[in-house]
Design a protein around this ligand. Structure first.
Ligand SMILES: O=c1ccn([C@@H]2O[C@H](COP(=O)(O)O)[C@@H](O)[C@H]2O)c(=O)[nH]1
Length: 297
């Protein structure tokens, strides 16, 4: 491979992630299905808790939902727990999604000092990286500026990032709801930073490629913290739908005024309908219909 081809910043003809996601949501609705191969789910599907079982599980999900939902979100942790063989399966799953023309959002929640963040960015957002996804989740809690290498590489390769703002777990509030001396909450600061990152796309009339993670379980936090989600020109990845308790009412209430930006994410609630591809497909379709109705899609 030439040095130019190895350069992870090599510009690509791929359209920006924000535009690709907006198109996928317009065509396939506002749902993302997670691939979370929990040991209990592998057992329930009659599969071994091994890289072989992991591969069978994940590729069945890809077969069931590709082309039927806007995006698929593999959870890296469930692959990494199988060591290097599990990571090889993750790379295969990401390739299968590419082959199927379905957007991948790799849930890795990376965040580190800028120089190390550059290496993470090359691993997941580099042009020819084996584990490249269309987008990844990142954590801004080492400072939003530390994410710059990921934002820059995503922009160069037509990929995206989703920045954790208000996570779906109850423990997130102790950090994300904290207020600084000017009374602004940490989460509101993250949303403002994302709005700045997406400003050029906004001006050009496109959805930005820097999304936000806002859990569907976060109740009145968006309102109580005075967060203006609409200002961010960002897709809103909303985990927490299904097993964590959020449904139609929560989606309507948390995302009032920004419903058209929401990409609702659900994993176990669909995966429990396996192991048959037909069952998974039916569950994903029902979720898509229910979420679309809730968000008046
Ligand atoms: O705030 C967040 C961010 C990410 N997640 C991830 O989404 C899925 C949720 O799985 P379910 O089975 O639908 O509960 C999982 O991979 C989480 O790590 C989240 O839940 N909340």
């Amino acid at each position: 491979m030439s040095a130019a081809a190895r350069d992870p910043r090599r510009r690509t003809a791929r359209p920006p992630f924000g535009a690709r996601l907006a198109q996928a949501m317009a065509e396939r609705g506002p749902v993302c299905v997670g691939i979370d191969p929990h040991p209990g789910l592998l057992e329930a599907w009659g599969l071994a808790d091994s890289p072989v079982g992991l591969r069978d599980f994940s590729l069945r999900v890809v077969e069931a939902v590709s082309g039927r939902v806007a995006a698929v979100k593999p959870q890296a942790a469930f692959f990494e727990r199988h060591g290097s063989a599990g990571v090889a399966v993750l790379e295969e799953v990401l390739q299968a999604l590419r082959d199927a023309g379905t957007l991948s959002i790799l849930d890795v929640k990376r965040g580190d000092i800028g120089s190390t963040m550059g290496a993470y960015a090359q691993a997941y957002l580099g042009e020819d990286a084996p584990a490249a996804a269309d987008a990844i989740t990142v954590s801004p809690y080492l400072g939003y500026g530390s994410l710059a290498p990921a934002l820059e590489l995503a922009c160069a390769t037509g990929r995206g990032v989703f920045v954790l703002a208000l996570t779906s777990n109850p423990e997130g509030a102790e950090v994300q709801h904290a207020r600084s001396s000017d009374a602004r909450s940490v989460a509101a600061g993250v949303v403002e930073a994302v709005a700045r990152s997406n400003a050029a796309a906004d001006k050009a009339g496109y959805l930005g490629s820097v999304g936000l993670v806002v859990g569907a379980t976060t109740g009145g936090a968006v309102r109580d913290l005075g967060i203006d989600l609409a200002s961010a020109n960002a897709a809103l990845l909303a985990p927490g739908v299904g097993t964590q308790g959020a449904g139609a009412a929560e989606l309507r209430s948390v995302f009032s005024g920004v419903r058209h930006r929401v990409l609702a994410s659900t994993s176990r609630a669909v995966l429990e309908a396996g192991p048959q591809v037909s069952g998974l497909r039916r569950a994903a379709g029902q979720t898509r219909e229910a979420v679309a109705a809730a968000l008046a899609w």
